[in-house]
Design a protein around this ligand. Structure first.
Ligand code: NDP
Length: 296
């Protein structure tokens, strides 16, 4: 393997350490403990695992974690009433509603009912607009984690040619906005893109967020490019269940200058950035200086 490995697990631990230091300062100097409320509706097993992990890491960095578990048949009115209560609770600085929601609930309506300044997932339409217009916003966690790793590896991203494969609202589009904000020349590719290999071959930075196992082979990668693999795909290989990304790691690592592995790349950064967003939201709510390096 020629490429430098971008170790998301180690980077996430560093981010959690920075968050923990800032939380300790907030407690000591201002008597404030940041609080994150996570709302889970129903019993989706994967969501339960995520929520448990978020709660555990929130407590580990010294913040308050408030978990609200609601029955799968909770009415929209009851969910909105809980969000309203959390919006008005001064001890709650971040609110996250775990997605996906059961079918009878309108996700857009629910997300847009969270106070934008507490929307630590960055999915509220106001935050989307603020990010799109280059203003201070809450930034979606997964793309924020990718940006942090890219900045750490390259310093300045200015003038680099970046391709984001995938145009979802939670990863692809905000990722492209962040790269544009850092003065990359950005292409967003998707399922209708013509000659995707050629588009990817031009890129100094490739962010793959597709959800198709090992779709990007090494020979699409420009020599020395940086590859950020957001994909998390569970496949069976040699009779075992394994996690792979959207990039064929072995062949891409032969050509890339740097690459994130799956698992251990982007994945661990997502919750670390959720914690970073919560401490940022807490500082903004109290007109205090934001931690450096933890926002876009
Ligand atoms: P979506 O399914 O919402 O979006 C996938 C995107 O990929 C779409 O824009 C789609 O294009 C595009 N696409 C699909 N097939 C192709 C193709 N053959 N060529 C080019 N583009 C294609 O996925 P998400 O953005 O939610 O997630 C993407 C991946 O990232 C998944 O594996 C997911 O598990 C992972 N993920 C990881 C996270 C982490 O913490 N590491 C967090 C969030 C997601 P079109 O719009 O035209 O359909």
């Amino acid at each position: 393997m020629a490429a430098t490995l971008i170790d998301g697990k180690a980077f996430a631990a560093k981010v959690r350490g920075q968050v923990a230091e800032h939380v300790a300062r907030l407690k000591e100097q201002n008597g404030i403990t940041p609080g994150l409320a996570v709302v889970l509706v129903g019993e989706d097993p994967a969501s339960q695992v995520y929520v448990r992990s978020k709660g555990k890491q929130t407590v580990e960095v010294g913040m308050n974690s408030y978990e609200h578990k609601l029955e799968a048949d909770t009415s929209e009115a009851d969910l909105l009433a809980l969000i309203d209560q959390l919006n008005n609770d001064a001890s709650v600085h971040g609110i996250l509603v775990q997605l996906p929601l059961p079918k009878h609930l309108d996700e857009d309506l629910v997300i847009n009912s969270i106070a934008p300044e507490k929307d630590v997932d960055g999915f509220h339409i106001s935050n989307v607009g603020l990010l799109g217009t280059g203003q201070k916003s809450m930034v979606p966690c997964t793309p924020l984690g990718c940006l942090m790793m890219l900045r750490d590896h390259h310093g300045s991203l200015s003038g680099m040619d970046a391709v984001v494969i995938g145009r979802s609202n939670i990863v692809g589009k905000p990722m492209a906005q962040l790269l544009l904000g850092d003065s990359c020349t950005v292409t967003i590719a998707h399922s209708r893109t013509e000659d995707l290999p050629d588009v990817v071959r031009r890129a100094d930075i490739v962010v793959a967020a597709v959800g198709r196992p090992e779709m990007v082979p090494g020979d699409w990668i420009k020599e020395g490019a940086t590859v950020i693999d957001v994909g998390i795909n569970r496949i069976e290989r040699d009779g075992k269940n394994v996690l792979v990304g959207d990039v064929d790691f072995a062949s891409a690592a032969e050509r890339a200058g740097a690459i994130t592995p799956v698992p251990g790349g982007v994945g661990p950064m997502t919750i670390a950035c959720l914690l970073a967003n919560t401490v940022t939201a807490c500082c903004r709510a109290n007109n205090l200086a934001e931690p450096e390096g933890l926002t876009a």
